[in-house]
Design a binder for this molecule. Structure first.
Ligand code: 13P
Length: 246
């Protein structure tokens, strides 16, 4: 299995930020892992042009479940593909919170992503209150069951475990807590899609940075990271790529 260093730029970046991508590719022309950056939709085509012929894949951060239609302000997986994307992040906790996205909607979007021939990066994770209440595995197990697209394979599905309380806070679970969740997810996924589960990349996300990347990547069943803030700077994301390639 090739490990995956993925970056989520969220609502950050204008055309000038593509210089960071040029710097990243100059420093890591042939990384020992897969690299993916998911910029705002406005930058997908521009980033894809910069990444053309390189080891960097480009993705969207959301899509509509339909391929086209009267849905003002939305974009479809087909449109992201047309702009040069190969992946789409679905069900990020910020979308679940800001836009009330349910597991069923996330699944529909993920199925649209697969139908367009793109890879779905499905995000799940518990809130701090849920962890404190001892509900972590029940919550993420339910999210996995409910969000998993039909037809998922090791080639078209990536799962990102992102504890909501670790996103943008500088706080991370202990390595033992990450290990517990990732082993649980692998097992749950086996029950859902059988042996294909062993090839699905399970990413950890939430305050990943150069200083903690190596220890997190050493945790069993951690097959890469989904990086927010630290993916905006070529030097930081490059250091995380290097840690994953080691
Ligand atoms: P941070 O790395 O900024 O904590 O964000 C993680 C995240 O939400 C990636 O999708």
């Amino acid at each position: 299995m090739r490990k995956l260093a993925a970056g989520n730029w969220k609502m950050n970046g204008t055309a000038a930020a593509l210089d960071e991508v040029r710097s990243l590719l100059a420093a890591h022309p042939a990384a020992g892992c897969e690299m993916l950056l998911c910029p705002p939709a406005t930058l997908v085509a521009g980033m894809a042009a910069v990444a053309k012929g390189s080891a960097l894949a480009v993705g969207g951060q959301d899509c509509h479940p339909k391929a086209s239609g009267a849905h003002t302000g939305d974009i479809s997986a087909l449109m992201l593909k047309d702009a040069g994307a190969s992946h789409v992040i679905l069900g990020h906790s910020e979308r679940r919170a800001d836009h009330g996205e349910t597991d069923a909607l996330v699944r529909a979007k993920a199925e649209a992503t697969l139908a367009a021939g793109l890879v779905a990066v499905v995000c799940i994770g518990e809130t701090e209150a849920e962890r404190d209440a001892g509900q972590t595995l029940a919550v993420i197990g339910g999210q996995l069951d409910g969000s998993l697209p039909a037809g998922a394979t090791a080639a078209n599905l990536v799962i990102a475990y992102e504890p909501v309380w670790a996103i943008g806070t500088g706080r991370t679970p202990t390595l033992a807590e990450i290990a517990e969740v990732h082993a649980f997810l692998r097992n749950r996924l086996r029950g859902l899609i059988g042996d294909a589960a062993d090839g699905v990349r399970l990413l950890y996300g939430g305050s990943v940075k150069p200083s903690n990347a190596a220890e997190i990547f050493a945790v069993p069943h951690v097959d890469g990271a989904l990086v927010g803030g630290a993916s905006l700077k070529a030097a930081d994301f490059g250091a995380i790529v290097a840690a994953l390639s080691a």
